[in-house]
Each structure stands twice: as C-alpha cells, then as structure tokens.
Design a protein around this ligand. Structure first.
Ligand SMILES: Cc1cc2nc3c(=O)[nH]c(=O)nc-3n(C[C@H](O)[C@H](O)[C@H](O)COP(=O)(O)OP(=O)(O)OC[C@H]3O[C@@H](n4cnc5c(N)ncnc54)[C@H](O)[C@@H]3O)c2cc1C
Length: 291
C-alpha cells in the first residue's frame, strides 16, 4: 500500500525542529532513519499530516566519549555503533549487539535513538539502554530534559516522549574499567527480530563479581534489567552453579508475551539459557583478562 498523503518539512536545527513540533506535534511524526516509520506509513498504521525530517540537523551524528559517559547523538546509525572503535567495554558491547539489529542496509540508515523512540519490546538497543542506565535527552518547547531509561519505556511502542518533543541524544554511563561484555540472541532467521535476547556486562575483582548488569529483550512489553539476578551474584565467586541460579532468577523477573510460535514458558526458558551463556562467556573473558 502507498502511504496516505502527508506534508514534509526538513528543519535545519534543533530549535527549528522543536518550533515545528510545538505547533504541530500531535499531528506529526519525526523522521530519523525511517526504517520503522516508513513501514508504518505504508501499512497506514500511522497517518501523520506532517513528517519532520531531522536528517539535515547538524551536530546529531556523533558518538562523543567523555570522562564518565558516552553520548550517542540522535542521528547515530546502527552501523556506526557496529564499527565503534573507542577504547571502552561499551564499544565492545555495541559491536557485539549491532550485527543482530536487522540487515546491513537497515543498519546503515536506522538510528540508535530512533530505536529507543520506537520502543519495540524486542529491540536490542532498548535492552542495552535499560541495562546500562542510559539517559534519553529530549528537547521541547519548555527546554531540555533527560529521562532515565527506566522511566522512558512505558509499554510496547510507548515512551515518555511527548508529541512536541525531539530526542536529541542518549547518554550512557561508562562501565567501570575492566568490565567485559557478552550478548546472545535467539531468532528464527538471520535479520529477524529477537524471540529473546540477553546481554551481560560484568567485572571481577579478587575473583568475585563486583559489578554486573543484565539486560533482556522481548522478556516483557518493555526492556528489562534483571536487578534481582544482579543482586544475587554481586560479591560472590562466579561458580557455574551461581551462574545457573542467576540465570534462572533473571528469567523469573520476566513477563514474556505468550504467542503460538513462542509461548511464554518457552521464552522464559530461552532467556535463562541466554543469560547463562552470556554470564559464562563474560566470566571466561574476565578471568582471561580479555577486554
Ligand atoms: C526488516 C527489518 C528488520 C528489523 N530488525 C530489527 C531488529 O532485529 N532489532 C531492532 O531493534 N530493530 C529492528 N528493526 C528496526 C530498525 O532498527 C529501525 O531502524 C529502528 O527501530 C528505528 O530507527 P529509525 O532511525 O529508523 O527510526 P524511524 O523509523 O525514523 O522512526 C521510528 C519512530 O521513532 C520516532 N523517532 C525517531 N527518531 C526520533 C527522534 N529523534 N525524536 C523523536 N522521535 C523519534 C519516529 O517518529 C517514529 O515514531 C528492523 C527493521 C526492519 C525494516
């Protein structure tokens, strides 16, 4: 199907974009990489009167590595994260996750921030943002604000972003030095959305787990951080029995969708397996002193 008719504007700056959204926000949609929005337009599940194309807004395409955090501009594409070369375990996590986000042409256009704005429950980037305690930066008529990831995701395809607001970037705290990353995903075919996915970042100190983050995708209608599971292993020796117990605890924190091709019990089992796999890999890496 062809999209319904819409008007189009391409503002040249954030204030210009915000001015347009302030006036016509509820009847408009922001266009970033277009990899999700154009499908909605073609299916006519979205019929905005106006598209606000932000691709010409300068200054939104950079990954900035700062002392305590990494800032990802609103137009940073999935592919930029796939090839992130900065010296931090967060870059290693980006490189592990990105190849699971769709196909290369989609990764060349789609944006990290767009994924967070779209808020698909299976989105790997949403799970990463949740696990890592990201702050989503938005600009609106009343000025700027930063929304913590755990207050951003309100449900499937629902966020705290108001119609008159523009996401301008995402700030991710840098993991502590020595942290290592692991990611695992179950999907039906190459490039399809995750049936379930897990990511782990952890650090060992004196042989014990002294810092850990566990993120889960398609484990509920919002991305999850498995805080109870993290608590269970913090301060402990990462023995195989503890990793298995932590994985089961993480799966118990989920509320996955129940679908004929992937019932909730199957998804929970898959999530436990994926978490245990990530924990095992991360512990092996940390023990070997690998980045
Ligand atoms: C075949 C296919 C497979 C895919 N597989 C995966 C997958 O495995 N995992 C995955 O996570 N994603 C997947 N995607 C989705 C893809 O990653 C999208 O690129 C991403 O979800 C949205 O980013 P975008 O920049 O393309 O956003 P757009 O499509 O431009 O916008 C998406 C939504 O976010 C809003 N939005 C975007 N940017 C902003 C902003 N700066 N401020 C306010 N609102 C904004 C838009 O208004 C729209 O509502 C797939 C897509 C396709 C077509």
């Amino acid at each position: 199907m062809k999209p319904a008719q819409f008007a189009y504007v391409a503002p040249a700056s954030v204030p210009e974009a915000v001015a347009v959204l302030a006036e016509r926000g509820p009847e408009s949609r922001v266009l970033a990489g277009g990899q999700s929005l154009l499908i909605e337009l073609r299916h006519r599940t979205a019929r905005p009167a106006l598209l606000v194309d932000v691709n010409r807004v300068p200054g939104l395409s950079e990954i900035a590595v700062e002392d305590g955090s990494v800032h990802v501009g609103a137009l940073v594409r999935h592919a930029q994260l796939e090839h992130a070369r900065f010296d931090d375990s967060l870059a290693e996590l980006f490189r592990q996750v990105a190849p699971y986000v769709a196909h290369p042409p989609i990764r060349a256009r789609g944006t990290f921030a767009g994924s967070l704005a779209w808020a698909h429950p299976a989105s790997e980037w949403c799970a990463l943002a949740m696990a890592m305690g990201a702050g989503i930066e938005v600009a609106g008529p009343a000025g700027g604000r930063t929304v913590p990831a755990d207050a951003w995701f309100r449900g499937a395809f629902a966020t705290a972003c108001l119609p008159e607001e523009l996401v301008t970037g995402v700030r991710l705290p840098r993991p502590p030095a020595g942290a290592v990353a692991a990611f695992a995903e179950l999907r039906r075919t190459h490039g399809s959305f995750a049936l379930a996915a897990a990511l782990v970042m952890l650090r060992l100190s004196g042989g014990r787990v002294d810092w850990v983050r566990i993120g889960l995708a398609n484990a509920a209608d919002v991305p999850l951080r498995a805080v109870e599971a993290e608590r269970l292993m913090t301060g402990e020796l990462p023995e195989p029995e503890l990793l298995a117990e932590t994985a089961v605890r993480a799966a118990a924190e989920t509320d996955p969708p129940d679908e004929p091709h992937a019932p909730a019990a199957y998804r929970r089992h898959a999530l436990a397996t994926l978490v245990r796999r990530c924990l095992t890999r991360a512990v092996q890496k940390a023990t070997a002193g690998s980045p």
